[in-house]
Design a protein. Structure first.
Length: 251
């Protein structure tokens, strides 16, 4: 499928890196140097030109990867009617997209930066007429989950979208804890990376609570550490983090 990616930031680049082998991609944005950087780094993609006073979107499948606050200024440059608009704008409703940009079909998505490695967990919702195509596009850079309602996209944003930052905090804290106890920083980082890599397939097979119970023996090291986490209200902190991120995503 031919895709036009509008935006040159980190999320746009992650999608390009993951999807370039499966789709005919062109990219556009306001910064010529950033477009040239992407073209140089990913030779398979094409330059759709810089976003100026008039950018024709007629018949295109647009992936909109801009900051939500820029929607009005960017959409004012568009001319014509797109075939499909796939938005990655957090907290930006389908209604607002419909009011801003002309398209036959509209789909909201929330990927994450793991798209670079074709490992994004992307959630979607929008027009059923473009459902299968949208899922196929998102599966080219990871897993895709079509949700039952638009409000669920904002909840998913707090988990799959913001989640990498939350998990990065966990990884950093584990590294710091190991260093505090006397392990070399490099070794601590290697251990933590290996931990995360091995945990993903475990999580595919078992519920988190079951994994925890299988690791934690009575009076053991894991139980001691887990008790400290509960004392620090880590579980409560993560639940509140999801709630705050959801609140922000709703606008």
């Amino acid at each position: 499928m031919k895709l036009t990616i509008i935006g040159t930031g980190k999320m746009a680049e992650a999608i390009i890196a993951g999807a370039q082998h499966y789709h005919d991609i062109e990219v556009s944005g306001r910064d010529t140097k950033k477009i040239e950087h992407l073209i140089a780094r990913y030779p398979k993609i094409k330059n759709a030109g810089v976003l100026e006073s008039s950018f024709d979107i007629t018949g295109k499948n647009i992936i909109l990867c801009i900051k939500p606050y820029a929607l009005e200024s960017v959409s004012s440059l568009f001319q014509g009617k797109a075939n499909a608009l796939i938005s990655v704008l957090a907290g930006t409703s389908l209604q607002k997209l419909q009011q801003s940009i002309q398209a036959v079909s509209y789909v909201r998505t929330m990927p994450n930066l793991a798209a670079s490695f074709q490992k994004s967990m992307t959630t979607l919702f929008g027009d059923n007429a473009f459902k299968e195509e949208a899922i196929a596009i998102c599966e080219s850079f990871g897993q895709a989950l079509w949700l039952g309602s638009e409000k669920e996209i904002d909840i998913a944003t707090a988990v799959a979208g913001s989640g990498p930052a939350f998990l990065a905090l966990v990884a950093e804290a584990l590294c710091d804890g190991a260093v505090k106890e006397g392990l070399k920083r490099e070794d601590a980082c290697i251990l933590t990376r290996g931990l995360f890599e091995g945990f993903a397939p475990l999580l595919k097979q078992k519920h988190p609570a079951i994994i925890k119970d299988e690791v934690m023996s009575p009076g053991g090291t894991t139980a001691a550490g887990y008790g400290a986490l509960e004392e620090g209200k880590v579980r409560d902190g993560f639940i509140k983090a999801v709630a705050k991120a959801h609140e922000k995503a709703r606008g």
